[in-house]
Design a protein around this ligand. Structure first.
Ligand code: ARG
Length: 481
C-alpha cells in the first residue's frame, strides 16, 4: 500500500492535487505503455502538427515551437533506434513521450500540451494508426488475390466436384473455385478501406471533452495529419470508438473467410479427398507418426479466427455500457485492435505462401467426379429442355440414380432401354449430356464455370489488380496445377 508520503514524481505528472504516492498495484494495473508504445510514431506526428498550429495561431512563439519540434524529433529518433527508456511510472505512451521531451528541451516542453488532453490525443493516435493498418491489410489482401489469380490461370482445365452440404453436387473448374475465394477477400478489402475512409476525421482540438478556450485551428491540424476534416462534435470525438469496431468487424469477416478457405485446404489435404498436397514449407510432421504431413498452417488459420472474433466481441462489450464522453475503459481498446490486425495480417501472409506452392491433384479431382452422380442434373435438364416439366424430370432421374446406385453403376452405364423405362423421350443423345466437360461448358452464364467465363473473370481480376498497382510478375507461384 502507499506509504502516505508525498510522491514527487506523481506531483510532477498530475500536479498539486495529489499528496499520496500511487499504490504499486494500481500503477501496474493502470499503466498501458507496454501496449500503447506502438502508437509512438502517431503520437509524435500528432504533437508536431499540434505545436506548429499553436505557433501559427500565436499561442506559443515560433521559437518555442521550433525547440519543441527539435525535441520531439530527438525523442522519435531515440524510439526508432530502440534507445528510449519506457517507464510504467509514466503510465502510457503520451506521458512517456512528453516526459522525454521535457527532459530534452526543459520547461518549454510543458507548453506542448496547451489546449490538448490525452483524450483527444489518444483518439487521434488511434485513428492515425488504424487508418494505416487498414490500408496495409488491404495491400496484403491484394497480394493474396494476386497469387490466386496466377494459380487460377494454371487450373482452368482442371475439373473438380462443386459441393453443397459437403455432398458432391455439380462439376466446376478449379479456377472457378479459386476465384470464388478472391471474391470473398476482395469484399473484405473494400470493407477495410471503407472503414479507413470513414474514420479519417480529426479529434484533435476536442481536448478532454468540451474543446478548449484557446483559439486552436482544428482544420489546420486535420490537414497536416491527412484527415479529411475535423470531427463535428467534441464529446463524440473523444468518447466513441466505433471506428475501431468497424475496422475490427472487417477483420473478423476477413478472418472468417480465411478460416473457410483454410477448412477447405484441411479437407482437401486428407487422404479421403486428396485434392491438394501442401508444400513441405507449410506443413509439419508428427513426433510419433512418421507418415504424417499435417496442414498445420491451415488449421492455425482456422483456429486463430477465434481470436479475431474474440477481439471484436471484446471491443463491443467494452463500449456497450459507457456513458459519454471519455472513460478509462477506453484504454482497453488497443490490445484487441492490435491483436486483430496482427493475426489477420499473419494469416494472410501464411495462406498466401501456402497457396502459392500447394500442389493441386487433378487426377484425384477427376476420380471424385466419377462417383456421386454429379451428372444427374444434366439428365434432368436434358428432359426439361425437351418439354418435360422440370419437377417430373427430377423425379425420373431420381429413379435412374436409385437404379444405378443399387446396381453399382454410373448413370452413363445404364442402358438406353433402362432410361426409356422411366421416360420414353430418352434417346442416344442423352448420353452425350453426361460428359463432365460438357456439363461445365454448358453453364455459360455470367458468373458461371464455362471456360470462357472463367478466362474473362481472370482477365478482369488481373485488370482490377493492375489498376491498384499490383505487379503480377513479382509473384513466385507454382505453374502446374
Ligand atoms: N492511456 C489512456 C488511453 O489509452 C490515455 C487517455 C487517458 N485519459 C485520462 N483522462 N486518464 O485511453
Amino acid at each position: 500500500m502507499t506509504d502516505g508520503k508525498t510522491n514527487e514524481s506523481k506531483q510532477a505528472t498530475w500536479g498539486g492535487r495529489f499528496e499520496e504516492a500511487m499504490d504499486d498495484v494500481a500503477l501496474r494495473y493502470s499503466a498501458s505503455v507496454d501496449v500503447d508504445k506502438r502508437l509512438a510514431e502517431q503520437d509524435i506526428a500528432g504533437s508536431l502538427a499540434h505545436v506548429q498550429m499553436l505557433a501559427d495561431v500565436g499561442v506559443v512563439t515560433q521559437d518555442e515551437a521550433g525547440r519543441i519540434r527539435k525535441g520531439l524529433e530527438t525523442v522519435r529518433e531515440r524510439i526508432r533506434t530502440g534507445a528510449m527508456e519506457w517507464s510504467d511510472d509514466r503510465e502510457d505512451v503520451h506521458m512517456n513521450v512528453e516526459s522525454a521531451l521535457v527532459e530534452e528541451v526543459g520547461d518549454v516542453g510543458g507548453k506542448l500540451h496547451t489546449g490538448r488532453s490525452r483524450n483527444d490525443q489518444v483518439a487521434t493516435d488511434m485513428r492515425l494508426w488504424t487508418r494505416e493498418a487498414c490500408r496495409a491489410s488491404a495491400a496484403r489482401i491484394d497480394r493474396f488475390l494476386a497469387v490466386l489469380a496466377l494459380r487460377a490461370e494454371h487450373t482452368v482445365d482442371v475439373l473438380l466436384p462443386g459441393y453443397t452440404h459437403l455432398q458432391r453436387a455439380q462439376p466446376v473448374r478449379l479456377a472457378h473455385h479459386l476465384l470464388a475465394w478472391t471474391e470473398m477477400l476482395d469484399r473484405d478489402r473494400g470493407r477495410l478501406l471503407d472503414a479507413a475512409t470513414r474514420m479519417n476525421e480529426s479529434p484533435l482540438g476536442c481536448a478532454a471533452l468540451a474543446s478548449t478556450t484557446f483559439p486552436l485551428d482544428r482544420a489546420q491540424t486535420a490537414t497536416t495529419l491527412g484527415f479529411d476534416r475535423p470531427m463535428r462534435n467534441s464529446l463524440d470525438a473523444v468518447g466513441d470508438r466505433d471506428f475501431l469496431v468497424e475496422a475490427v468487424s472487417a477483420l473478423a469477416c476477413c478472418a472468417v473467410h480465411l478460416s473457410r478457405i483454410a477448412e477447405e485446404l484441411v479437407l482437401w489435404s486428407t487422404q479421403e479427398f486428396g485434392f491438394v498436397v501442401m508444400s513441405d514449407a507449410f506443413t509439419t510432421g508428427s513426433s510419433i507418426m512418421p507418415q504424417k504431413k499435417n496442414p498445420d498452417m491451415a488449421e492455425l488459420a482456422r483456429g486463430k479466427t477465434g481470436r479475431v472474433i474474440g477481439d471484436l466481441v471484446n471491443l463491443l462489450v467494452t463500449l456497450k455500457g459507457l456513458p459519454l464522453a471519455y472513460n478509462r475503459d477506453l484504454q482497453e481498446d488497443k490490445a484487441p485492435v492490435f491483436d486483430a490486425f496482427d493475426t489477420v495480417d499473419d494469416t494472410l501472409e501464411v495462406l498466401t505462401g501456402a497457396l502459392a506452392h500447394a500442389a493441386f491433384q487433378p487426377a484425384k479431382m477427376q476420380a471424385a467426379l466419377r462417383e456421386g452422380f454429379l451428372d444427374a442434373t444434366e439428365l434432368a435438364d436434358w428432359l426439361a429442355a425437351r418439354g418435360v416439366p422440370f419437377r417430373d424430370a427430377h423425379h425420373v432421374v431420381g429413379h435412374l440414380v436409385a437404379k444405378a446406385h443399387a446396381t453399382g453403376r454410373t448413370l452413363g452405364e445404364l442402358t438406353l432401354d433402362e432410361l426409356r423405362e422411366q421416360n420414353e423421350r430418352f434417346d442416344e443423345s442423352a448420353f452425350a449430356a453426361l460428359d463432365m466437360e460438357t456439363a461445365v461448358e454448358r453453364r455459360d452464364l455470367p458468373g458461371g464455370p464455362a471456360r470462357g467465363r472463367v478466362r474473362a473473370a481472370i482477365a478482369e481480376l488481373r485488370e482490377r489488380l493492375g489498376a491498384r498497382g499490383v505487379d503480377l510478375t513479382a509473384f513466385d507461384v507454382r505453374e502446374e496445377p
